[in-house]
Each structure stands twice: as structure tokens, then as C-alpha cells.
Design a protein around this ligand. Sequence first.
Ligand SMILES: *Cc1c(COP(=O)(O)O)cnc(C)c1O
Length: 412
Amino acid sequence: MSTAEVFTGSFTQQEPISEAGIAAALAVLRHGRLHRYNTVPGETAEAALLEVEFAAFTGAKYCLAVASGGYAMGCALRACGMAPGDPVLTNAFTLAPVPGAIAAAGGRPVFVEITADLVIDFADLEAQAKASGAKLLLLSHMRGHVCDMEALMAFCARLGVTVIEDCAHTMGAEWRGIASGRHGTVACYSTQTYKHMNSGEGGLLITDDPQIAAKMVLLSGSYMLYGKHPAAPEPEVFEAIKLDIPNVSGRMDNLRAAILRPQIAMLAERRQRWAALYQTLEAGLQATPGLRLIPRPEEEAYVGSSFQFLLPDWEEPRIVALLAAAAARGVELKWFGAGDPVAFTSRYVHWRYAGAQSCPQTDRILAGLIDLRLPLTFSPEDAAQIARILRAEVLRIGQADEVEAATAPQVQ
Ligand SMILES: *Cc1c(COP(=O)(O)O)cnc(C)c1O
């Protein structure tokens, strides 16, 4: 063991902000007009320009920049007509901000099973939609795994369910050549540091529906300044509803928008670099006994910013031993099956406010689901080394007759 190679990179270190982003941020700091509605005559705010540019990037008619991905989801739910107490369908495999956004908007999360390929299970979606009467699905493309979107949209149309997409992990991804987020009625993105564009915190919303777009702008805290939104519908749409929509402030500021604008053009190249890391790791773990890779459908152009694999039927002590052994060799793994929530990783049974719900199929999958980040500060050589370490430890610990008691390491 003492001669075993150890990985020394940081799983939480993202790339720095580009010089173009730094220059744009400094310009905003120097003029001091950080609030998006604080403009001089003839000026279009950075936040408004970001909306125009992100709408163009996705092909959507309308775009709104907001304070976070979580805010985006709550805003979308309200604008799609969610009333207090309404059930909202969502994948049982997602992250805490998703059910949190539903609860914050006064809704009731109804969890839907996932398949072993980590996407929503259509049969359970139908069962839960019928049992709950839910008319909204907040579909989380969790860890970038996208279900068959044409089939899902046809299925939801039949069920009378409106689809809101959580694209926190699919910004820049595509399904059959269509930008992720362009299938549902609304799509929500996050620009938090760990996502595909980094402004610390931030969110984006897109839609083609003028009523929903106007409601979201009003909700976000636009006062009567909706005329300062070039990526929003015509003023007439606002005039009809402006007294009916509460102001729930969650605007994006010009500093964040300035940092984000140059990053839109970088998404395609980032997707390629992430693919190189992802595919290197995938190749290095291929045919490892005891380990199941997640198949990626051909239709999906994914952004490989994280990597998942399954250890089907591994008992808890063996998984905990693997986490500890990998951590000792510098490889930070997250486990979705842990009894207690750890750092960013929790699962539906930990969201007690949503009420007790049971998703036995998802429980079985998450019990063996391992997850790791792939920041772009890693090189393909780093990914190859991580794969070598993981493969060796999965083989060693997977095949040991007995495993020593270990405690799971705490990772970010
Ligand atoms: C990060 C994330 C969000 C949004 O998070 P914010 O931190 O509020 O921007 C939503 N869904 C998933 C799956 C996420 O990982």
C-alpha cells in the first residue's frame, strides 16, 4: 500500500474567472451601478444583456436572470400556476434545492422513482401523477442524465402535466441536438460555482410562453420597470397582470451578469473538455468486476461535470471501506446511500418536511450509487489516474472476504 499512487488534485477547485470576465466585472465595480435597473440613458444593463444572450444561446424567446437556481425553480412553479398545497412531481434522485424550492413556494413534493440509468421512471411517474392529481413536474436532470425527452413530453401531455426542467446539471447539454431546457414549458439553470458557468450564485430561466415570462419578471422584483427587459414580452402582456403578481425579490445584479456573459461562448469548449475527462474515467473503469457504469444514450450530448457509477448489491461496510480507501489515495467520492446526509449530498428520505414517502426502487439504486466531481482544473491524465486508483480499490475491496470497519470520510 505504501507505494500506491495518490492523487493530489482538488475536487472542489474550479477554473478561475477569465480575464474577459474580470475586466467586465471591474467595469461594473468602477461605475458602481450594480443594480440591474440602475442605468444611465442609452445604457442596457449587464443583466439585461445576459438575458438576451442566453435566450439566443438556447433558442428561447424569453429569458430572466435571477439570484439562484433555487429561486429560478420557485419562480417557475409560481408562474406556472402552482397554488399553496399543490402537489408537484419530482425525481426522488435530486439535490436538496429542488424539493426545497417546491416547499418554499408552498407546494408539496411528490417523489417519483428513478431507473438504474438514473433517470425518471415513466411507469411510476404515471402512477404518482394519478395518485396525487399533480399537474406539475419539476424534472431534475440530476447529474446530467437526461431521460427520453420526446417520450416524456408526449407522456406528460397525455397526463395533463406541465413540465419545468431543472437544468442545473445540463446547461450546455443537448438531447437529439436540442438544447437541454427547450422541451419543457420553463427551464431553470444555476450559475453557482459548481455548475457549468460560475458567478458564485445565480440562476437563469427560459420560456417561450409570454404570460409565464411576464409573471416571472414581475415575481423576480421588477417593480414597474419591465420595460428594461429586452428578453421579455411586450409591455401589453405585463399591463394586464402587473397588479396581480407579488414582488418576491430575487433579481440578478450586474456584477454577476458581467462575469457570466463571456462564459456563454465558452460552454461548447467546456463541454468538449468535460467529455474528455468523463470518457477517460469511463474507459479506465470499463469492465471492472462489481462496478456498473451508467450507459449514456446516443441522443444525449452530455456535460460530464460529474461522474457516477453503481456498486450493485455491495453491503454498507464494503462501500464505506471503499470511500475511506479512495479518500486515503486522494480520491473524494460521494455516496448517495449514506444513512445521514453529508455536505451537499442528501436523498429524499432526509427531506422530512416533504412527509414520509417510499421509493423502494430508488432506495436500492442509491444504496450503491457513487458520485464524484470532475472540475475542469483536472487534466485527462488526472482522470486516468483517478480511474486507476478507483479500479484498483474497487477490485481489492470488492473481492476481499472481509472488510475492516471504516468510517466514511467527510467530503465537500
Ligand atoms: C445546484 C442545483 C440547483 C440550484 O441550486 P442553487 O444553488 O440554488 O443555484 C438545482 N438543482 C440541482 C440538481 C442542483 O444541483
